[in-house]
Design a protein around this ligand. Structure first.
Ligand code: ADP
Ligand code: MG
Length: 695
């Protein structure tokens, strides 16, 4: 199976090169793992007279009676009269006439297969797939024909579907040994078919049932080895890296908890804090992902954990993806801890040198307990006396590399808490963050009114404006957000400015004050406008998505999203999360034109129907697929060959559970019964491309 593909009969150096560059098919095994993406039924034969406007693929038996070349000003074509005894039809070629005339035999029975064209009630078959009936009878065991993905480059080198079928068959006819990769135990317990049977039937299914079994087995296997890798990584990591033990519940924690906690914790918050405290007592390094919808109250969880760190003699680093967010965290933490003797500083790109020096010094001396900031905190110059805990907000903007940078900031890596407000469906989290433990705050603080959401067409804009006036009259503030998408940046700014002007005409000064904020403004100007809005000096904030993440203005009661059809679901959800932070009823208005794609309709409908971030994430996953959902963070998990995180979620769970069971008793896969698993696993690890990017 490891034989280079160039040695397969029918593959010369040229085809081998294309197979490698286009499909990463380097070996026989790779070729067998190039699975068909669909199958067509070739069990049925049609008669020409019965065809009736059928435009799907059909299969016929007949003879070519004659060839006729037709030259037209639009190009030439070759037409063959094809007879099945009952009637006649045309087979047509627009290319390769010479070769076809020389190679196809007149008056010999052929099996013709292809799609039909209809013109004036007469069928013809362009570029049919033709095989002599005698050959066809010899060759086919399977009545379902595999269809392989194709590309122009592949076709240009003769790697069309027929060739693929031939090549894959060749591997089987050559009798290349196919090793089992799972244990007997797994095969028996889960009623899986053997690897060999699965590979054969995925290409040439004997029947539908075997095809399903083959798919099931291969999907399970694909998930299983990924989970095996992720879980081993996690277990080994826990064994290898010691973690600080925070076993003291000290003065600061107790004092804060008893005297300064501004509200009762929700059950979900309590549950998560318990999970974290358990981690901190084990002596292993915590790597935990904290998921919680916008407004679910992650900050207080972070703060309580910080206090544990401080009471045990450790410093904390808290990083956020943007300066605005870092500042907001800084203000929130400072306010919460105002009555305690704890020092907090903010470090961002715009921190002045003088202040920076003081911060660096205090950190090194241990006079500073909490450092909050942006990427700046990760820099090598930032040296802690005793960092014990690191919080990373908004995981998806930081790479794995940055997370591991944190690990190096102390002799023993600090505990890590990754917080994200973009809910990730469980199945996806299980795969992409399979090496992290996951906590979820699945409950909003009490009294929170859910944001009423409506979809309005642009033609109803005036009604929406009228509604905004009513809200402003109640003393509330309003966001109006415009999309900003890189490629069409100029257009987007024009939209924003046009929108701003039309708002200014409707909401006139001095009664109404409007702020504007966009990415082309200087940071100071942005800050100034933001501050005006925060202080309530302006009623409306017109902005591009720069306000997307994190800002907290409880008095804002309406979020108007312009061209809402252009936003992704998670972005819409994030934006909506900017309102509904106070006690008043809040609203989200999704504005759009009348022409909407099917996906856009689903997105807008979903937003109107639910405010549950996890439900929204599930829909998003279905619409966009895992690769897009995770953005640039491409990981091996997302390049699945056959399994699908959404459709095969139950197999994913099963594979994780089985992998866990096996590793529990046999971490290094040393037991004889797991030897096939071990061999396959080692080969995959060596073939590290698939694995290297897993976070
Ligand atoms: P997020 O998870 O989005 O970071 P925050 O931590 O900013 O959420 O909390 C959102 C708001 O909810 C804050 O104003 C916070 O004070 C408040 N809050 C958090 N937890 C509770 C609670 N248990 N009871 C009442 N209010 C809470
Ligand atoms: Mg937050």
């Amino acid at each position: 199976m490891n034989t280079p593909i160039v040695y397969l009969k029918g593959v010369g150096p040229i085809k081998a090169t294309v197979l490698q560059s286009e499909l990463q098919v380097n070996t026989f095994e790779d070729l067998l793992e190039f699975y068909p993406f669909r199958y067509i039924d070739r069990s049925q034969f049609y008669k020409i007279k019965d065809l009736q406007q059928n435009t799907a693929e059909v299969q016929l038996v007949g003879k070519i009676i004659s060839f006729n070349s037709i030259d037209q000003n639009r190009g030439s074509r070759l037409v063959a009269k094809f007879s099945d005894g009952s009637s006649l039809m045309d087979l047509v070629w627009f290319k390769g006439a010479k070769w076809i005339k020389a190679n196809l035999k007149i008056n010999e029975p052929y099996v013709a297969f292809g799609k039909l064209n209809w013109f004036n009630g007469i069928a013809s078959m362009p570029h049919p797939d033709l095989e002599l009936l005698s050959e066809y009878k010899k060759g086919v065991q399977s009545k379902m024909q595999p269809i392989y993905a194709s590309s122009e480059k592949l076709m240009a080198k003769g790697l069309n579907n027929r060739t693929f079928i031939k090549l894959v068959k060749q591997v089987f006819t050559d009798g290349v040994p196919i090793q089992e990769t799972l244990s007997d135990e797994l095969l028996n317990d889960l009623h899986l078919i053997s690897k060999k049977e699965a590979l054969f039937n995925i290409h040439f299914p004997i029947n539908q049932e075997l095809l399903s079994k083959a798919q099931n087995r291969l999907k399970f296997e694909e998930f299983f080895f990924i989970q095996l890798q992720l879980l081993r990584q996690k277990i080994n990591h826990k064994k290898k890296f010691k973690g600080f033990i925070f076993d003291r519940v000290g003065e600061n924690f107790t004092d804060f908890y008893n005297n300064y906690l501004p509200f009762d914790l929700t059950d979900a918050q309590k549950k998560v804090i318990k999970e974290i405290r358990k981690d901190l007592a084990t002596g292993a390094q915590m790597n935990r992902l904290l998921q919680g919808d916008v407004g679910s109250g992650k900050t207080i969880v972070a703060v309580l954990t910080i206090l544990l760190a401080i009471d045990n003699g450790f410093q904390t680093a808290f990083i956020a993806p943007t300066e605005i967010l870092a500042k907001q965290h800084y203000n929130a933490v400072k306010e919460l801890l105002a009555s305690l003797p704890i020092s907090v500083s903010l470090l961002t790109g715009s921190t002045k040198t003088k202040e920076r020096t003081i911060i660096f010094n205090d950190l090194k001396e241990g006079n500073l307990s909490i450092l909050i900031g942006t990427h700046a905190v990760l820099e090598d110059k930032v040296i802690f006396k005793n960092l014990g805990f690191a919080i990373i907000d908004e995981q998806h903007r930081f790479g794995v590399a940055q997370r591991s940078k944190m690990w190096l900031k102390n002799t023993i890596p600090p505990h890590i808490l990754v917080m994200t407000a973009t809910p990730i469906p469980r199945t996806l989290a299980m795969s992409v963050y399979g090496d992290l433990d996951i906590s979820v705050i699945d409950e909003l603080p009490p009294g929170r009114k859910s944001v009423k959401t409506a979809h309005r067409f642009d033609s109803n804009r005036l009604k929406v404006f009228k509604f905004l006036k009513e809200e402003i009259a109640k003393g509330h503030q309003i966001y109006v957000v415009y999309p900003l998408i890189q490629e069409s940046e100029q257009m987007d700014y024009k939209d924003l400015m046009d929108g701003y002007e039309s708002l200014s005409r409707y909401f006139q000064m001095p009664e109404y004050q409007i702020s504007i904020m966009h990415g082309k403004m200087k940071p100071e100007a942005k800050d100034y406008e933001m501050q005006r809005f925060v202080k309530g000096e302006t009623n409306i904030m017109v902005a591009t998505t720069v306000i997307e993440v994190g800002v907290n203005i409880p008095n804002a009661s309406v979020m108007v999203i312009e061209s809402a059809e252009r936003f992704g679901l998670s972005q819409l959800h994030q934006l909506r999360g900017r309102v509904g932070r106070g006690n008043t009823q809040s609203y989200c208005v999704l504005m759009s034109g009348n022409k909407l794609s099917d996906d856009a309709k689903v997105r807008l409908k979903t937003m109107v129907a639910t405010s549950d971030g996890f439900d929204i994430a599930e829909v998003d996953l279905k619409l966009r697929g895992p690769g897009n959902l995770m953005g640039t963070q491409q990981s091996g998990v997302l390049n699945l060959k056959i399994a699908d995180i959404v459709k095969d979620a139950s197999l994913l769970k099963l594979s994780r559970q089985k992998a866990m069971e096996i590793l529990k008793n046999d971490l290094d896969l040393m037991q004889p019964k797991n030897r096939f698993i071990k061999t396959a696993y080692s080969a995959k690890i060596k073939n590290a491309t698939l694995w290297s990017n897993i976070s």
